[in-house]
Design a binder for this molecule. Structure first.
Ligand code: PPE
Length: 308
């Protein structure tokens, strides 16, 4: 889907026109993948646009930066304000928000400590990542031949740009083979995550979550919301290492992520998961999630930051 330009992009303290938000080709992070980023969504509500779990996303951005030894020259409060300002300037009711912390122009070579840390925040309209059809009816998932990278070689807890080569390789392989999304296993064969989503299984009415940090998966903020919603709905919830056949034998499975939201898995490796249709547990969680982000659930109102 081609990008739809919006009014402004926040770059190091200033809101600049979309077309002017350019950087030099010798920007350090472009060469070495040494940037960290976030993916956040703002949703339309009766009280105007609201950013979902802004504080948690900004906190994760700072954790990612800490792992890469990037010293962000702004506070969490300042970046949160930049997010709200950029959303407001866009005039959009709902959008995707992409804060990026990168090493700018000035030094080359692998030592990142010599480079200046720069920050940008861009927003754009982004429809359902795996399609409206996927959210409603489920997607076709394929276990990837690419293993999720291992925390001994990559800091899997960091949402760093260079880490996404792993996800891109898996995504292209799956899409070329006619599937919607790829699922990566660890090098030991445990289920890790999708290319940009965490995975949940449902078995005998209970939610079985992947222990994300143990399998090199990102600690998803949507996943943590799902955990709260699922337990509040009364579903038993446990974290457990799972393998490929557990997915084939699950009653239901679904993916979670900011861009993807909550997406039922209809099939894995051409085997239907459960009935092959979105199951009742997945649908119950989807319903509460979508009401929550639209500001229709008082019990989760803490998760929304109104742009004003
Ligand atoms: N795992 C990965 C690898 C991942 O990239 C994401 C988010 C998640 C899990 C779910 O995390 P959370 O958004 O906090 O629930 N992926 C982002 C990037 C997608 C993209 O294509 O770009 C996102 O959803 O914003």
């Amino acid at each position: 889907m081609p990008l739809t330009p919006t009014a402004k992009i926040w770059m190091d303290g200033e809101l600049v026109d979309w077309d002017k938000a350019t950087i030099h080709v010798l920007t350090h992070s472009l060469h070495y993948g040494t940037a960290v980023f976030e993916g956040i969504r703002a949703y339309p509500t009766a009280k105007g646009p609201a950013v979902f779990r802004l504080k948690e996303h900004i906190a994760r951005l700072f954790r990612s930066a800490h792992i890469l030894d990037l010293d962000i020259p702004y506070s969490e409060v300042e970046i949160s304000r930049a997010v709200r300002d950029t959303v407001r300037a866009s005039g959009l009711d709902g959008c995707y928000i992409r804060p990026l912390v990168y090493l700018g122009y000035g030094e080359m070579g692998l030592n990142p400590l010599l480079s200046k840390v720069a920050v940008s925040v861009a927003v754009w309209p982004w429809a359902a990542y795996l399609g409206e059809e996927g959210v409603a009816n489920g997607i076709r998932l394929k276990v990837s031949s690419w293993a999720r990278h291992d925390s001994r070689s990559m800091p899997t807890a960091a949402k760093a740009t260079g880490m996404y080569i792993n996800s891109s390789l898996a995504k292209v392989e799956a899409v070329r083979a006619g599937y919607d999304e790829a699922l990566m296993l660890t090098t030991d064969g445990f289920i890790s995550e999708g290319t940009g989503e965490n995975l949940f299984l449902v078995r005998d009415g209970a939610i079985v979550a992947t222990p994300n940090s143990a399998v090199g998966a990102l600690e998803g903020i949507t996943a943590s919301a799902v955990r709260k919603i699922a337990t509040d709905l009364g579903y038993p919830y446990r974290e457990e290492l799972t393998r490929r056949p557990d997915l084939y034998l699950a009653d239901e499975a679904f993916l979670t992520g900011t861009a993807a939201e909550i997406v039922p898995v209809a099939s894995v490796d051409d085997r239907e998961v459960g009935s092959g249709k979105p199951g009742p547990v997945t649908q119950a969680i989807q319903q509460v999630f979508f009401e929550t982000v639209r500001g229709e659930r008082d019990e989760y109102s803490d998760w929304l930051d109104y742009v004003g």
